[in-house]
Design a protein around this ligand. Structure first.
Ligand code: NOJ
Length: 571
């Protein structure tokens, strides 16, 4: 009998060793193949509003350099820098008049080189905003193009003859009105999907495409960390067929771009794609297709707008729908052949705690909850400047206080159509882009430490309460939750590569999910609502990782506090 027992014992031991080794090996293999941007957390800076260094009321590159210590302390790996190129500023820099020059309000090319270098010393890469669906009407190409029909640059843009004395078709601009602008000088219309000062480029022209690739290489040669690609889904447009997004040539162009620019460089690329589905996202980000690293998808943005209408036509958010969209992108995207980006905010979107949380009574709790839910998901998280201290929306009373071209154009268009003024201002206060563009709140001194003179956009009056200085001094602040979440990602392979598995039947208000890697299993539980909720699980806690209330010892039949969120490793 005894030899048999020893034999069994040895057999079991071999199996244990095999499983342990194999598991370790698998994890090691996965880790080895993981590019840096899958492990990274990206911080978006809206330069005009981040930090003024020269007292003109406008943020600038030296201001960013001065805050690199702060960003290193937060722990981020890359900065996505909204445009700092030369621009007349009709759309705050998304209208570029020279891609290879820095706008004087932000500094010089020497400042830019210094930022790239100093950021590197802080272990931070600079991801540039690539705006190549359109240029400014002040760009030399357009200045030339509009001179005559046979100008060599004419075909860099999209021109059409009038039809019966009118616009060629009914395409609309995202900033109100027609997408066609009549140009007196040559008697033709040009296409602009955004402001009329932002003419769309004609990607069908190979010479134009090559110029863009040369410009991208100019920036890549400076050692940048990659590109965020503005409305990239539009470059394959076919305006005669009314095709805006996802045109037939979109992916061939991206493959060509990849081959001619960043394909063999260690950089990240993220495309802004408002109309992506998980399947479309895979087309962009499957490494075998040689296009982009990942895309931004915006499916949750339509959840508080009326069906078939515009973002200004508000409806209340249904938490069940929000949860469904979040889970959809975690489960329907095949992470073996695609990658996802994770974000709540950017410069076009209101502050999430004001929009879907409670920015008064539960400001701190809900900011931590939103951060926890997002940062422990599968994908690369992005933080928009100020989100990490729980900055809020900033309501206005009158249109004179609004800077953003999108809001201003919408207001005038709808007012002329007979809409109620107060309702329009309300919509702007809920959804307007100025909300996220208010100056960064650094301290409780005048203008929140953003500038010593008059800021280009007034500071949110709550800066005495909500600011970086205060956040850094309080060990329980939102800032430290973000810092912890970033550290968890950096130190735990499971956050980067673990599978996502939804915990079912928790109700619309509670989102709970597992991350699983080999034998390791984490559970994340979040109450998305401002009311108490019930939650139960048979899982047993091995380790508390993070929580925004007192830590949990037990998961059985618990009452979650308003916006409670926690993460635990389980046995
Ligand atoms: C998307 C950008 O994020 C937004 O700010 C800009 O207005 C449009 N694209 C046009 O460039």
């Amino acid at each position: 009998m005894i030899p048999l027992t020893v034999y069994h014992f040895l057999q079991v031991l071999t199996q244990i060793i095999y499983i342990m080794f194999n598991n370790k090996f698998e994890i090691y293999e996965v880790e080895k193949m993981t590019p840096w941007w899958k492990k990274a957390v990206v911080y978006q800076i809206y330069p005009k509003s981040f930090q003024d260094s020269n007292g003109d009321g406008i943020g600038d590159l030296q201001g960013i350099i001065a805050r690199l210590d702060y960003l290193e302390n937060l722990g981020v790996d890359a900065i996505w820098l909204s445009p700092v190129y030369q621009s007349p500023g009709v759309d705050n820099g998304y209208d570029i008049s020279n891609y290879e020059a820095i706008d004087p309000q932000y500094g010089t090319m020497a400042d830019m080189d210094e930022l790239i270098q100093k950021a590197k010393e802080h272990h931070i890469r600079i991801v540039m905003d690539l705006v190549v669906n359109h240029t400014s009407d002040q760009h030399q190409w357009f200045v030339e193009a509009r001179k005559s029909k046979d100008n060599p640059y004419r075909d860099y843009y999209i021109w059409r003859d009038p039809v019966d004395g009118h616009e060629p078709n009914s395409l609309k601009s995202a900033f109100s009105g027609s997408a066609w602008k009549f140009d007196e000088q040559t008697g033709q219309y040009y296409l602009h999907f955004f402001a009329e000062q932002q003419p769309d480029l004609n990607w069908k022209n190979p010479e134009l495409r090559q110029k863009i690739y040369d410009m991208m290489n100019f920036w890549l040669d400076k050692g940048i960390g990659g590109f965020r690609m503005d409305v990239i889904e539009l470059i394959g447009k076919d305006p005669d067929k009314m095709i805006r997004e996802n045109g037939p040539m979109l992916h061939p162009y991206l493959q060509e771009m990849n081959k001619n620019t960043f394909g063999d460089r260690d950089v990240m690329t993220v495309g802004e794609t408002w109309n992506a589905t998980p399947k479309i996202a895979e087309e962009y980000s499957d490494p075998a297709r040689h296009e982009l690293s990942m895309v931004f998808q915006f499916e949750n943005q339509a959840l508080d707008q009326q069906e078939g209408k515009e973002k200004w036509d508000l409806k209340p958010l249904d938490l069940g729908e929000l949860k469904k969209v979040l889970v959809k992108w975690q489960t329907e995207l095949d992470f073996n052949h695609a990658w996802n980006s994770l974000f709540w905010e950017n410069h076009d979107i209101p502050r999430v705690i004001s929009r879907w949380g409670n920015d008064k009574k539960y400001r701190v709790q809900c900011a931590k909850m939103f951060a926890t839910v997002l940062h422990l998901m599968h994908g690369t998280p992005y933080i928009f400047n100020g989100e990490e201290i729980g900055m809020t929306n900033c309501p206005v009373k009158n249109i004179d206080e609004v800077e953003d071209i999108e809001s201003v154009n919408m207001y005038h268009e709808r007012l002329a159509e007979g809409y109620d003024k107060d309702k329009l201002i309300h919509a702007i206060n809920v959804k307007g882009r100025d909300n996220a563009r208010r100056p960064m709140q650094w301290n409780d001194e005048k203008n929140a430490g953003f500038t010593k003179s008059k800021p280009w956009l007034t500071v949110n009056p709550n800066y005495k309460e909500i600011n970086v200085k205060k956040a850094l001094a309080d060990p329980n602040s939102i800032f430290y939750t973000y810092q912890e979440l970033i550290t968890l990602r950096h130190e735990n392979e499971i956050v980067v590569n673990g599978d996502f598995k939804l915990v079912h039947d928790t109700g619309d208000e509670v989102l709970a999910y597992y991350r699983i890697l080999g034998t390791e299993k984490w559970l994340v539980v979040a109450n998305l609502s401002g009311e108490e909720q019930q939650f139960t699980s048979t899982d047993r806690i091995k380790e508390n990782l993070l929580s925004n209330y007192a830590v949990r010892n037990d998961l059985h039949d618990i009452t979650l506090k308003p916006y409670e969120a926690f993460a635990v490793a389980i046995k």
